[in-house]
Design a binder for this molecule. Structure first.
Ligand SMILES: [Zn+2]
Length: 398
């Protein structure tokens, strides 16, 4: 017995594989017994027990007694991810501020922070970020044992290539900069850099809608599209996929910082709507516009929805998506707007199952980023926190 490298290799490979399957199920099911685990995964009880023994030793899983069945004599022991074992950080570098979210290993938000940007230059922004985060990381490292900080993700409102380099951001004009190594060195942890729409669609899949194909369109200062295709973020040839805000909708339209004219986000982003309302004669506040539009059609709103629907029509016709989640501060709170937009999709070629507003809102990028770290830490292919009550936990202001 033993001594055969191939067999030893196979055994350790299978052990790793089983480990991932079990971790994935413990996360997904929130709390379950060893026999539940064996039944769900199809692994035998001895394998499950041996693995759980390791998880307990590593302190990534804790045992809880099931209080509901106390009266029936034997109390089944439930297994849960140990939230206190470690934490991750999601960071969203926006135009005027940085949103930061701290998440424990169970996907629960433990703290949030908003940092107002003092600089335009990205290197100075990163220096400021490191300065502000260092004391918080030090303090959390003492509270979360034994892992401490397991990694951080940074969402960028622009193009990030497959090597996690920032290629171009239309607002601040950051180009060809890497921030990954500097952050890795500062915090001695893994750092992932990605486009904000990619992290947003990932958050939707992890916390709200765990399906294998999902589209999310973010409509804030710009417009971004995140695509999950067969459980993977679709990135295209070099990582530039989803720059849907720069789809041309007016060939002789407004000049865009990207170099083209008439890009969709110049007409259909929420910033574009705010500009249109301000330039209206007389200027009109957003709340007035929302109120008036629901009773009587308002030209400026009509015009906005017309452009929004036109771009959405193009996205739907290219991809035939199952589900499109729209994420913008105006859309999220106003479900009649979704009906207004869908009514404008008149093409017989339009086919999709549902278009709806995001429940995660502005937090989607940081939630997705922090969850991505946990997924990568456990090295699992998908992570499903939808059965947890996490959505309630972060509903306080960043
Ligand atoms: Zn453009």
């Amino acid at each position: 017995m033993g001594g055969n490298d191939l067999k030893t290799g196979d055994a350790s490979y299978i052990k790793q594989l089983n480990r991932k399957i079990l971790i994935k199920e413990i996360i997904k099911n929130v709390s379950l017994s060893r026999s539940d685990l064996a039944r769900i995964t199809g692994l035998n009880k001895a394998t499950v027990s041996a693995q759980v023994h390791d998880f307990l030793k590593e302190q990534i899983v804790v045992e809880e007694y099931d209080s509901e069945s106390v009266n029936r004599g034997r109390r089944p022991i439930k297994l849960e991810i140990n939230g206190q074992a470690g934490y991750s950080i999601g960071i969203d570098i926006n135009t005027t501020a940085i949103f930061v979210l701290f998440m424990n290993l169970k996907g629960e938000t433990i703290d949030t922070k908003k940092i107002h940007l003092k600089h335009d230059d990205l290197n100075q922004v990163i220096t400021q970020l490191i300065q502000e985060l260092t004391p918080m990381v030090k303090s959390f490292n003492q509270q979360f044992h034994p892992l401490g900080l397991i990694g951080m993700s940074v969402g960028i409102h622009g193009i990030v290539n497959n090597k996690e380099e920032i290629i171009f951001t239309p607002n601040q004009k950051w180009s060809n900069i890497t921030i990954k190594e500097e952050l890795e060195n500062a915090f001695n942890t893994s750092v992932y850099v990605d486009n904000n729409a990619n992290l947003s669609v990932f958050a939707e899949q992890v916390f709200d809608e765990h399906i294998s194909d999902l589209f999310c369109i973010t409509l804030y200062a710009g417009i971004g599209l995140g695509i999950i295709n067969e459980n993977r973020i679709y990135r295209g040839y070099q990582g530039f996929a989803g720059e849907i805000g720069h789809m041309v909708v007016e060939t002789h339209g407004k000049q865009c910082p990207c170099g083209n004219k008439g890009c969709w986000e110049l007409y259909a982003s929420e910033r574009a709507l705010m500009d249109a309302l301000q330039n209206n004669n007389p200027p009109i506040s957003l709340q007035d516009a929302i109120n008036k539009h629901s009773t009587d059609h308002l030209d400026v709103m009509d015009n906005y929805f017309e452009y929004l629907a036109a771009g959405l029509n193009n996205v739907i016709n290219i991809f035939n998506p199952e589900k499109v989640i729209l994420n913008g501060s105006i859309i999220n709170g106003n479900s009649p707007f979704i009906m207004d937009i869908t009514k404008r999709l008149k093409s017989k070629m339009n086919n999709y199952r549902e278009i709806r507003a995001s429940k995660l809102g502005e937090y989607s990028c940081v939630l997705g980023g922090a969850a991505l770290v946990i997924k990568n830490f456990f090295d699992i292919d998908t992570i499903d926190f939808t059965a947890h009550d996490n959505l309630i936990a972060f509903k306080h202001d960043i």
